[in-house]
Design a protein around this ligand. Structure first.
Ligand code: NIG
Ligand code: FE
Length: 426
């Protein structure tokens, strides 16, 4: 007789459960267009994992309930996997609402950056910020993400651009993650911009990162991934390839901000270095759409950034039809997308980037998990997967994409526990 496992949480009376198939790999083409939809089911979770998902009558054979089991009657509500936001920049200090207003009055993002604003503006303030100030900003954004259904999040550094500030930022998130419900993955983005002290010497800066910063980040285990902003006027494809190859040799997973404003060939670099993800891709060439589609690199689209900067939206349809594994993420940052909401990104992917509802939900869950190497645990619901779930005030998954900017979330389950607001928070 098999041993029945103890359930910490049971969700009863689920009207609809919609999830990408737990295939352990990102979904492409037809697989990305299909969600598995089960009706009138229940879920049991224990020790943060899903122990049972199926018809109520089969549950007792698999799990046992005790006095401490939390049982929730969902009264026919919809359940989906929690969102995975695989691209965010919440490690900074000081917002840039002033620049936002300047752009609204006609200034251009790249011009503002060239005049010392943009990323370097945030760098100046972040270098002066205390650990407490950095933690406060991080906490504020991650809490908002939880309220909007994000259960796993990637957090990038990149507003320090020196050893001291970059390691302080990554140390803040490393410590913070220990007592925070979301699963957090950390990315070192020291190659986000060329700092003042290296102006006109981008090769020297790359050498400095390779010889002095990466080894320290590795030694102190401060990051899981390494990223670079490959863009005209920032780092070129040769620098990106050299840098990411070194990072990969040192054991980091690598990712790249590629072809955002100009087609510099960043997506080709991503494929060459076997990056986990190539992100933005607003200006990707047709040739590189085919390359990325034929590779294991996830194409991560950030539709909020295109909206925020008034650029053309990324062509999701082209990438999806070519067979790429496509993810979506918020790109939350103080300059080019001040938004934590994955439900809004789902809506934008459908309304502006050519996704079907099913493709957008797959991109925001399973494929975003794959961009972080977490597709075996996150982004889909099945026995053995992490118990990260959204309980919606909806009964049909299509309602998630349909409701623009408003998330109809009733409860969030993170690692098998019902999320409650930490005390003392707004
Ligand atoms: O991903 N593209 C580069 N980095 C950020 C923008 C950062 C900023 O403006 O502060 C991005 O969009
Ligand atoms: Fe970014």
């Amino acid at each position: 007789m098999s041993v029945r496992l103890k359930a910490d949480l049971v969700l009863e009376n689920i009207g609809e459960l919609a999830t990408p198939a737990a295939s352990g790999k990102p979904a492409r083409r037809g697989d990305a267009k299909r969600l598995l939809v089960s009706r009138n089911v229940c879920v049991a979770a224990g020790k943060g994992k899903i122990l049972y998902l199926g018809k109520p009558e089969g549950m007792d054979d698999v799990v046992k309930l005790t006095d401490s089991t939390v049982v929730m009657d969902l009264e026919g509500r919809l359940v989906t996997p929690g969102f995975v936001d695989c691209h965010t920049h919440p490690l900074y200090y000081g917002d840039r609402a002033d620049e936002f207003a300047m752009r609204a009055a006609g200034a251009d993002y790249e011009e503002i950056a060239a005049a010392g604003g943009g990323i370097l503006n945030s760098v100046a303030r972040t270098r002066k910020a205390s650990r407490e100030q950095l933690e406060e900003t991080l906490r504020k954004h991650l809490l908002t993400m939880l309220r909007y259904g994000t259960t796993t999040v990637e957090v990038k550094s990149g507003y320090g651009l020196d050893l001291e500030t970059e390691s302080r930022c990554l140390d803040v998130v490393t410590n913070f993650a220990e007592n925070w419900p979301q699963t957090i993955r950390r990315t070192f983005l020291g190659a986000h911009e060329i700092p003042e002290e290296f102006r006109g010497r981008s090769d020297d800066f790359i050498e400095f990162l390779i010889s002095e910063v990466l080894p320290e980040i590795k030694k102190r285990n401060l990051a899981d991934f390494v990223d670079i902003f490959c863009e005209k006027g920032v780092f070129d494809p040769d620098q990106a390839a050299r840098y990411l190859s070194k990072a990969a040799e040192m054991g980091f997973g690598v990712r790249i901000h590629a072809d955002e404003f100009h087609d510099t060939g960043g997506a080709a670099v991503a494929v060459e270095v076997n990056a986990m993800s190539a992100d933005h891709l607003l200006s990707i060439s047709d040739e590189n759409v085919s390359r990325i589609a034929a590779s294991d690199t996830v194409a991560t689209l950030l539709p909020g950034t295109a909206l925020f900067l008034g650029k053309d939206f990324p062509d999701g349809r082209k990438l999806l039809d070519a067979g790429a594994a496509v993810a979506i993420a918020t790109d939350l940052n103080p300059g080019s997308c001040y938004c934590e909401s994955m439900p809004f990104m789902v809506n934008l992917a459908v309304c502006a980037c050519g996704f079907t509802v099913e493709e957008a939900l797959t991109a925001a869950t399973l494929n975003s998990a794959a961009a972080l190497g977490l597709e075996h645990r996150k982004g889909s619901l099945a026995r053995g997967m992490d118990a990260d779930m959204i309980i919606w005030d909806l009964n049909d998954y299509r309602g998630i994409a349909y409701h623009m900017a408003i998330p109809d979330i009733a409860h969030l389950i993170v690692s098998g526990e019902v999320f409650t607001e930490p005390e003392g928070n707004r």
